[in-house]
Design a protein around this ligand. Structure first.
Ligand SMILES: [Zn+2]
Length: 264
């Protein structure tokens, strides 16, 4: 399995990173996409992924940092040029928890979208709050595979965004007992990825750290939503992740492109 979204560069994970990667492998997680969130952690992400073949970098300005000053766009472009396997993100829009005005977040996001399109890289979006209308307009015509990370929205939005060809990654919030998994029925299972968002998004709250091994539990708990066995969801989400990353043979990763047709 591939952990579609995590932050293994986080300093709080550093003391036990080796242990954590071992637990990941032992639980069937043999790859991860490590997301940088600002120029402050991009060098750590780049270095971590250079030294470990199973980790793939992604670089972006998190919507909470969308007012970062300086030449970040130039640096982002340089990282994409120097790391041909790098994705774009974590970037996005957040009207709930970000202090940056939405107009400024949009401006920042547009730069990411433009770079993703120019360099043909998969893009990872963080979307939270009243942002679903503006984001839909931004995504029209974008010709790269799009991942909506930590997808937790309604069945109606699941329908709309799956029509737009997006992928969805599901994390620890779906293990919370109060979370209604009904909305997940609307997600086509060939667009579903799994993520730890390590060290964040622990089902028991902020005091705990998540890690990539969480994917095994996500498979156990979520597979019945689509009438699957856990190992079937593991295999399906792995295939989906490869398609999103453009690594599946003969497939561009973009469900809207002629060679990226859904297989189910
Ligand atoms: Zn994240």
């Amino acid at each position: 399995m591939i952990d579609a979204h995590c932050h293994l560069q986080s300093p709080e994970l550093a003391p036990y990173l080796e242990e954590l990667l071992l637990r990941a492998r032992n639980s069937g997680v043999d790859g991860a996409v490590v997301n940088g969130t600002s120029p402050r952690d991009w060098p750590q992400v780049e270095q971590l992924c250079r030294t470990r073949a199973e980790l793939r970098p992604s670089f972006g300005l998190h919507p909470w940092q969308a007012d970062f000053e300086g030449d970040w766009a130039q640096e982002l472009e340089r990282l994409l040029q120097n790391n041909p396997n790098a994705g774009v993100g974590e970037c996005g829009l957040d009207s709930l928890l970000s202090e940056v005005p939405l107009a400024q977040q949009l401006e920042t996001l547009r730069i990411h979208i433009q770079l993703a399109s120019e360099y043909q890289r998969p893009i990872t979006l963080h979307l939270l709050g009243k942002v679903w209308q503006p984001i839909q307009a931004e995504l029209v015509g974008l010709d790269v595979p799009i991942l909506l990370h930590a997808f937790g929205a309604s069945a109606e939005l699941a329908r709309q965004f799956s029509r737009q060809g997006c992928y969805f990654s599901l994390g620890g919030m779906w293990l919370r007992p109060e979370k209604n998994r009904g909305a997940l029925h609307e997600l086509p299972v060939d667009r579903v990825l799994l993520e730890s968002d390590a060290p964040y998004q622990h089902p028991k709250g902020k005091r705990f750290h998540t890690e990539p091994a969480l994917l095994a539990e996500l498979c156990d708990q979520l597979a019945p939503v689509w009438g699957l066995q856990p190992e079937e969801l593991a295999a399906q989400s792995h295939q989906n992740a490869l398609r999103w990353l453009g690594e599946e043979a003969g497939n561009s990763g973009n469900p809207r492109s002629p060679d990226g047709k859904s297989k189910l």
